[in-house]
Design a protein around this ligand. Sequence first.
Ligand SMILES: [Mn+2]
Length: 456
Amino acid sequence: MRHVVGLVVTVTLLGGAVPLRAQQAAGPAPYVEELPGAGRPIDFAATAARRQRLMDRLGDGIVLIPAARGRNLEQDYIQDNDFRQHNTFFYFTQLESPNAWLVMNARSAGPDTVVLLLPDRDPRQERWTGPKLGPGADAARLTGIPVVLSATKLDSVLGAAEARRVPTYAPLDRTTLQEAVVQRLRADTTRVVRDVRPVADSLRLVKDDAELAALRRAIAITTDAHREVMRGARPGMFEYELEALLEAAFRRRGADRVGFPSIVGSGFNATTLHYDVNRRQTRPGDLVVVDIGAEYGYHTADVTRTIPVGGAFTPRQRAIYDLVLATQQTAMDSVRPGMTVAQLNALARAYMREHSAGLCAPQTCDAYFIHGLSHWLGMDVHDVGDYRTPFAPGMVLTVEPGIYLPAESLGVRIEDDVLVTATGYELLSSGAPRAAQEIERLMQQPAEASVRRGQR
Ligand SMILES: [Mn+2]
């Protein structure tokens, strides 16, 4: 709340806008049905099941999970993003309210209880930032959590829970460690405070139906954006023009934001793994690495395609491209329950080494494959979870080999998102062509109406 008040004062000074007395007289705006989840209803069954799984795993304990703080115009770099909920808090609530708390009492004997604490409503503040969900019956109805109290009650709720003398679990990440209440608990030598992340993160490794639905949508938006870039790319375009095409496609299809800064690297920039400046002008003959992910419902895609900006690969580019593609296919075909990321990685490198021929002489091409093959995918683009965990149905990972030859300004990465199934895998990102010929065919088609609209 402190922070938010600061924001109001600042904006008032800058904008000189509305007299404070008039705002105070306005009173609370009515609740809007769509408030929690910013226009999307909360999946009560999914969030309740996640909370229950966590409490079952913990046995006895108090769980304390903070929401993200509202951002401060004066103290934060607010250019980089809008407000985004803390992932752990969102996972267990699907609620986008800032400055809230979730407290769970896990009991091995007796009923578990859950309390949501929300900041009290502030009509004057809401004139600037819109109606918020406050404590009370409406919040209980909209969140599916029966007990919703004022955030000012946090100390008394915790105090009552602490009488049980069981460990307190919180996500001990950088932002949570800054919360005064967490600092107080950790300073109290009579209390045991543990990190909830190893357990909470392991739950997030296996996606439930609600998560998969969000991921599938994020990935569909992203592969559509790839097709738009393929159809719209022309030599001479700046990297940011391609970025504009794809991010317009994201928003047009309802993406909430980018899951990470879009990488559009042409020529030499294709060999810089996390290049995101996107200011260079493309030249005929360039390859462009387009590594992007739309975020939808707090889940992000991560799909990379490498395209020849002029619509056709040179024989040299094509040879490197086909080796990366065959390496990727070999790795994907080995995805099944019981495999691990390390095994997949070793298998991909061995394949690339054995099939290098003279392409990367005097070395083999795996010497230029300088990053890991896979990462988990979910709410975080490099999602949480122990990388030693053997694959199980419901896990989602990327498979993304690459070859980077800076001396030739030649970089190729192909990245897809796969879901582990009972018998193997499902390719989630098949919506964007991967084979060189298919990419060339799409790029050489006459521009379609949707692309012309995007380029205008
Ligand atoms: Mn990736």
